[in-house]
Design a protein around this ligand. Structure first.
Ligand code: BG6
Length: 487
């Protein structure tokens, strides 16, 4: 019989998470190329009700409008929060909170500006060397995501992103450069951020211009097949180059509840959850799960799989499973339920849950349920690589930020994580999303703040960029100091 867990394990990796395209800024310096996220526009932030993050599809009216009126458009991910120049100050603040781990991603286009070069860009590599050295100064382990929602725009123009198999060797080349360069500095890696979100945005997840593909679902699954292969090849390479490293997969974990106890609704919830777990199913087991054959048949999806692909998947299985967790969904037996499963178009209101200011259902128990299910399924260590509350913060007249709502949100999620650990789940760590305020992924807003550290900047990029600890900063510091005992 196993020993009863009473709390978070010793050496639990407490910290925070970010992504290059949401923090770095400096989009055109030191040889960096243009990435897909540099072309995600946010239109007129001051127009009432306009919160718009979109990409220029070839036939879109936005593209025509942009070409005629470029001054109307903003690209906030180009300026981020200027982490590129302020990383020392930011990492020092993370260290003050006691971070054991800092999750960040590497910008592919800093290393290979178009993705096509034979030799990497030394200035880009040197930047991450400096960041990792800064982390090491404070004993903070980096957790590196190799691909977090961006890729060279050249590869979108030339191949329409991950719909093409041609991207696989380019991604492997890029990853091998990272492993060889950082093998002594980085132990924890994630290949792709939230691969399941290809279903939600083909452009964000896979660099695909939607109006160049027919069936979006077909495109999402074909792109995911290529990413599975790329991920498996890279996992294999990581194990050769860095035998002690730990390399994981990641999904946006969205637990689907059935709307009623009607068996039809229960069955749909089971199927929706299968579709979400399809991604780790492949990456942990190294093979496509049988339930997908029926799904592809029903939806008229045909995935092009080459001889040898199955072997590649088998040889590149991951060491741990990481998730981001923000919300749960509700589903019911209706015609489009399976098509929409796992996308943001699917959630139905859950009368038992409150909503965030951005209408995301807040469900800490859903996190416990998710962890238990994932652990039952894989029996691999789990990592909560993102979780947090996007909210509008107000700076008081005396300059403080009293974000008790954020403390309340994170406290409740940590409590449920702790229950999951007591239930027997092996949990490696917890990195809250946007530990420092950053540009939102979905809306490109600065005003959707997640951080323990306030950054003085508005949606239009105006502000001093001064960093300021919020109340949650001091609270989280205590949580880490006590390994989650004082909440
Ligand atoms: C996750 C992404 O899905 O959600 C992050 O990995 C993102 O990049 C986070 O920022 C929160 O979403 P948003 O749209 O509020 O920034």
């Amino acid at each position: 019989m196993n020993k009863l867990n009473t709390g978070f394990q010793e050496g639990f990796l407490w910290g925070g998470a970010t992504a290059a395209n949401q923090i770095e800024g400096a989009f055109d310096v030191d040889g960096k190329g243009l990435s897909t996220s540099d072309m995600a526009a946010y239109k007129d932030p001051y127009a009432e009700g306009v919160v718009n993050n979109f990409t220029f599809n070839v036939n879109s009216t936005e593209l025509k409008d942009y070409l005629n009126n470029p001054e109307k458009y903003l690209f906030p991910k180009r300026w981020g929060i200027d982490f590129y120049h302020r990383y020392k100050e930011d990492i020092a603040l993370f260290a003050e909170m006691g971070f054991k781990v800092f999750r960040l991603s590497i910008s592919w286009v800093r290393i290979f500006p178009t993705g096509l070069e034979d030799e990497p860009n030394e200035a880009g590599l040197a930047f991450y060397d400096a960041v990792f050295e800064e982390c090491a100064k404070y004993g903070i382990e980096p957790l590196v995501t190799i691909s977090h929602y961006e890729m060279p725009i050249t590869l979108t123009e030339k191949y329409n992103g991950w719909i093409s198999r041609e991207i696989i060797p380019l991604f492997e080349k890029y990853s091998r450069v990272l492993f060889n360069r950082y093998k002594n500095k980085v132990k924890y890696w994630i290949t792709f951020n939230e691969m399941n979100m290809n279903l939600n945005s083909l452009y964000t997840g896979a660099g695909i211009l939607e109006d160049l593909v027919g069936d979006k679902l077909q495109a999402a699954y074909q792109a995911s097949h290529h990413q599975f292969l790329a991920s498996a090849l890279v996992v294999k390479a990581a194990k050769e180059i860095m035998p002690d490293a730990k390399i994981g997969c990641m999904i946006n974990q969205i637990e689907s509840y059935a709307k009623t106890t009607k068996p039809e609704d229960q069955l749909q919830a089971l199927k929706s959850n299968q579709l979400n777990m399809f991604y780790p199913d492949v990456q942990v087991r190294g093979t496509y799960p049988t339930y997908m054959s029926r799904y592809f048949e029903d939806e008229g999806i045909h995935i092009e799989i080459h001889d040898g692909d199955e072997k590649i998947l088998k040889e590149g299985t991951v060491d741990f499973v990481s998730i981001s967790y923000y919300m749960s969904h509700v589903t019911e037996a209706r015609k489009d339920a399976s098509r929409l499963a796992g996308t943001f178009d699917s959630p139905m209101k859950n009368e038992y849950l409150e909503l965030s200011q951005w209408d995301w259902p807040i469900d800490p128990i859903g996190l416990r349920i998710s962890l238990l299910k994932l652990y039952d399924r894989y029996e691999l260590p789990l990592f909560v690589a993102e979780n947090g509350l996007g909210a509008k913060d107000i700076v008081s007249e005396t300059g403080e930020i009293h974000d008790d709502y954020r403390i309340d949100y994170i406290r409740k999620h940590i409590l449920e994580m702790k229950e999951a650990v007591k239930d027997g789940v092996e949990l490696m760590g917890y990195t809250t999303w946007g530990c420092i305020d950053l540009i939102s992924c979905g809306t490109s807003q600065m005003s959707k703040r997640y951080g323990f550290i306030y950054v003085d900047q508005d949606d239009a990029g105006v502000g001093s960029l001064e960093r300021k600890p919020k109340d949650s900063f001091y609270w989280y510091k205590k949580v880490i100091e006590t390994n989650g005992e004082v909440l």
